[in-house]
Write a new protein. Structure first.
Length: 686
């Protein structure tokens, strides 16, 4: 009996070892997300009968991490950690999962709890230094590594520190750390290979940057910079002006944002113009040919879930029969399999920041195959992955199109690559900088040290709005009008209920305004994450009965037509379309000086700016709103002035003229065959 039981236990143990081995092989064979996702179902089946075993659960969780699974992962790691509190691998992945979910303080606390610095144990301190690096607490990790090196000469500490520095792109720092032990590393060992590679790369990059300036620099950003500067003397073949130009408009998504809306409108107008004989809205006689949209990620129109919003404008493009390519679905082609004639450039391309590498491997082959004359890159993230890709593909004309204030101001969008990227691109022929407002152009110019004259102003094109409505819109207005029958003025706003738009401040403004003008009423068109907060605040400030929250509407023109003035209190903006749309229907505006808001109207004529952006004075704002309401009442001349200026400056034809003027920086005129520099577009006078 005992013998049979022992044999059964031995079989179970053998079976478990086999499962361990198979799961380890699967994890090792899943370096990329797609491979991990494909291998995950098989691993789940293998693990199903052995989930009580902590190693099986560990390996399965590792595979889920590689496959990009997020739901419930933190809880599963925490549960495993409770069972294996001394397993540093489990500590590591529990902490890194917390960082992925942006619980950095909790990750630090977890490491402090399981691997405290005060332990004084050398091995534990070494493990702590590695763990701190894993959760990107780089300053603390680097300090501990350096203290360990100063206390005891241990080659393993130097090797581990150098590996981590190199992974972060800090080549010079990594070489400095490993250099003292290079002579004692076993030939052919991984450590010796690491040291040799660092020495070789360090020597290579000294041909591009002075030795003393490489310290502390991310070598991936250095590579990006000099890969771009490789093209600073490129020559662009001129094309006859009658030849149609093929244009690719590139963006990150087709979600319901202002940039995506403008790109979609522009693509539609260019595509329409390419198929007609109507007169061109530009003195260059430049005619668009093939028009395509390239988007990093979208879902099909029937898509569901979190990504559904990425395809908001996709149906518009498909209905217009404009080709749309999803860059994520393009097959990546490594640099070694692309045609790069210069070996030095090839080496630079092998060490790029991840977003730039993404563009070079996916976008460059596609641009080469389609031979676009113009690649127009919209927004900073797209410029980062698309600019070098377009240069490598030999695209003659490249647009960097900015749609708001730069990332040095909008800190949540900042990346170390951006200033280096733009300053390098400013030295390359055929690259144009464009912004949808003068305010944004000035901010980018000041940040980057690039002359303002280098920036073109590509104002939004806003189509005329109709004032038609749906039955639901009519019902909402009729009920609200009946409930506020004493109202003498209607103050409105069209904006998302999101933090940047400051809808809470808008409600506080309404409450303040009602103190002096109690017969006012207020309408907000839009929805967002702050909806419930707004409802609660309106109730608290006792403005609910004078406020209509319309929600989303496809008939915004109808709501503008009910307003006496439209108010925007944003903290950040590019060029606010809502201010333009309001004026197109004869409605004057009041706004904070966010982004290019002040360029949308004539100050103190068709609108008022509130003085302080960060802390708007509500009394001042109320006074300016009241002034505008009184001024526009019965004033058809003012309403027509609003309409006409908006049409002149922000029409679709004006947008087309400016865009086509950017499409070939140098052309030959058939009359005199002279080289003409189109230069930055001049702003129209207010």
């Amino acid at each position: 009996m005992n013998s049979a039981l022992a044999a059964e236990q031995e079989n179970d143990l053998s079976d478990l070892r086999s499962v361990h081995a198979q799961l380890e092989e699967i994890v090792a064979a899943s370096p990329r997300v797609q491979l991990a996702q494909g291998n995950l179902p098989r691993a789940i089946v293998l693990a199903r009968e052995h989930m009580a075993d902590t190693k099986v659960r560990f390996l399965l969780l590792r595979l889920k991490e590689l496959a990009g699974v997020n739901e419930g992962m933190s809880e599963q790691w925490q549960e495993l950690l409770r069972e294996c509190p001394d397993d540093l691998q489990v500590v590591r992945y529990s902490a890194t999962r917390l960082v992925k979910e942006r619980h950095v303080d909790e990750a630090l606390a977890l490491i402090e709890r399981h691997v405290p610095e005060m332990s004084g144990n050398w091995d534990m301190l070494f493990a702590r230094a590695k763990l701190l690096n894993d959760i990107r607490a780089y300053e603390q990790s680097d300090d501990l590594f350096r203290r360990l090196i100063a206390q005891r000469e241990d080659r393993n500490v130097r090797i581990e520190f150098a590996k981590r520095l190199r992974k972060r792109g800090l080549l010079a720092d990594a070489f400095e750390v490993i250099e003292p032990v290079m002579g004692v590393l076993a030939p052919g060992s991984k450590a010796a290979e690491l040291a040799s590679g660092l020495a070789n790369d360090y020597a290579f990059y000294q041909d591009f940057e002075p030795k003393d300036e490489l310290s502390g620099q991310d070598i991936r950003i250095v590579s990006m910079k000099h890969a771009i500067l490789h093209f600073r003397n490129r020559r662009i073949a001129e094309q006859p002006p009658e030849r149609p130009v093929s244009i690719a408009l590139v963006t990150g998504s087709l979600g319901p944002g202002g940039a995506e809306r403008q790109l979609t409108r522009l693509a539609g107008e260019l595509n329409r113009l390419a198929g007609t004989d109507e007169p061109l809205p530009t003195p260059t006689s430049l005619r668009p040919g093939d028009v395509a949209v390239l988007v990093k990620q979208h879902t099909e129109p029937s898509g569901t879930g979190k990504k559904q919003g990425l395809n908001f404008f996709l149906p518009v493009l498909l209905n217009a029969q404009i080709p749309v390519t999803e860059i994520n679905r393009l097959p990546p082609v490594s640099v070694s399999h692309q045609v790069v004639p210069d070996p030095g450039l090839t080496r630079l391309l092998e060490q790029l920041p991840p977003p730039v590498h993404y563009g070079v491997t996916r976008l460059t082959p596609h641009l080469r195959a389609n031979e676009f004359d113009v690649v127009s890159l919209w927004q900073d993230g797209t410029c980062l992955f698309g600019a070098l890709a377009a240069l490598l593909a030999g695209v003659p004309t490249i647009h960097l199109v900015f749609r708001g204030l730069p990332p040095n101001i909008r800190k949540d969008r900042f990346r170390e690559e951006y200033p280096v990227l733009y300053q390098a691109l400013a030295r390359v022929p055929g690259v144009s900088f464009a912004s949808n407002s003068l305010a944004a152009a000035e901010a980018y110019s000041q940040w980057l040290g690039i002359p303002l004259e280098r920036f073109h102003i590509l104002y939004n094109g806003v189509p005329e709005l109709t004032t038609g409505s749906s039955e639901e819109d009519e019902r909402k207005w009729t009920e609200f009008e009946a409930n506020t029958a004493d109202a003498t003025e209607t103050i409105g706003g069209v904006f998302r209920l999101e933090p940047d738009k400051r809808p809470q401040l808008w409600i506080k403004l309404a409450a303040q305004y009602l103190k002096d003008r109690p017969q006012a009423r207020f309408v907000i068109v839009g929805d967002g994450r702050l909806h419930d907060i707004i409802v609660g605040l309106a109730d608290e400030l006792k403005v609910t009965e004078r406020l209509l929250l319309v929600g989303l509407s496809n008939h915004v023109g109808y709501w503008y037509s009910r307003m006496d003035t439209s108010v925007l209190l944003s903290r950040f903006e590019g060029l606010p379309n809502v201010l333009i749309e309001a004026q197109l229907l004869g409605v004057p505006v009041v706004s904070t000086p966010a982004g290019g808001a002040g360029e949308c109207f004539v100050q103190n004529v068709t609108g008022h700016l509130i003085d302080d952006l960060d802390h708007p004075n509500l009394n001042e704002a109320c006074g300016k709103i009241a002034s505008m309401v009184d001024k526009v009442r019965g004033n058809d001349v003012l309403r027509e002035h609003c309409r006409q200026r908006a049409r002149d400056l922000f029409s679709l034809s004006a947008m087309l003229e400016r865009f086509l003027g950017l499409c070939v920086p140098f052309i030959r005129t058939p009359e005199n065959d002279e080289r003409i520099d189109l230069g930055p577009m001049r702003l129209m006078e207010a």
